[in-house]
Design a protein around this ligand. Structure first.
Ligand SMILES: *[C@@H]1O[C@H](CO)[C@@H](O)[C@H](O)[C@H]1NC(C)=O
Ligand SMILES: *[C@@H]1O[C@H](CO)[C@@H](O)[C@H](O)[C@H]1NC(C)=O
Length: 194
């Protein structure tokens, strides 16, 4: 009986998430109350992200800056600077350790108090390319206060195995060069998902 109930609940969830808009001529369906799972999975992940601005093959590039402000070594993150990145995720702090995914997104320098409260708005989709979570991703959207060594970033969603995810990341600065902006971040992730 319990199993049948669980299967029925799963079917309802599936139907409600896949059915097209049922109301003719409107862009939305009727809202339904659906059963939510009583339990969630919790998974911990640990990896490093390499954000390289310097050199000939950067993984992070400046795409916008405020008018009249020169962004260069020694002034890599003035208020209003925006970077797009395609960073490697590895199992260890060494860039030559096993690559397990890519972190793609953009961050913007969002505090007027640089450097005292130097803050990024960090927007990324971290997709894994190996192991059990190959093809799945976690999506983060968070403030990142640059002046502290250990910070918390929020996970607001995910794809694949991490669909409907939420959670948090405790991020340690493993390496940071404030002159050229190169950084290696260590991520301790706690993710709750279906
Ligand atoms: C990850 O998934 C892709 C696409 O399905 C596949 O081509 C690749 O071989 C997989 N990699 C690993 C390491 O499992
Ligand atoms: C930091 O970057 C500057 C400018 O590129 C460079 O001269 C210096 O060696 C770097 N320091 C470290 C520890 O990598």
């Amino acid at each position: 009986m319990k199993i049948i109930l669980v299967i029925f609940a799963c079917l309802l969830l599936l139907l409600s998430s896949c059915s097209p808009a049922a109301v003719k001529g409107k862009y939305y369906s009727k809202s339904h109350t659906v059963p939510v799972p009583l339990t969630h999975k919790k998974t911990n992940l640990h990896f490093f992200m390499h954000d390289i601005i310097s050199g000939n093959n950067p993984s992070s590039v400046l795409v916008a800056a405020p008018k009249g402000v020169v962004v260069q070594e020694g002034n890599v993150g003035p208020f209003g600077a925006v970077y797009v990145f395609d960073d490697l995720l590895t199992v260890g702090p060494d860039l030559n350790s096993e690559v397990i995914g890519t972190g793609r997104g953009f961050y913007a320098s969002v505090s007027r108090q640089v450097p005292a409260e130097w803050t990024l708005l960090f927007n990324a989709d971290l997709e894994f390319t190996s192991g059990e979570f190959n093809g799945s991703s976690i999506c983060l959207f968070s403030r990142d206060l640059m002046v502290i060594e250990t910070k918390e970033l929020s996970i607001v969603g995910g794809r694949g195995r991490f669909r409907m995810a939420n959670g948090f990341i405790i991020a340690n600065v493993n390496f940071f060069n404030a002159t050229n902006g190169d950084a290696i971040l260590e991520f301790h992730v706690t993710v709750f998902h279906q």
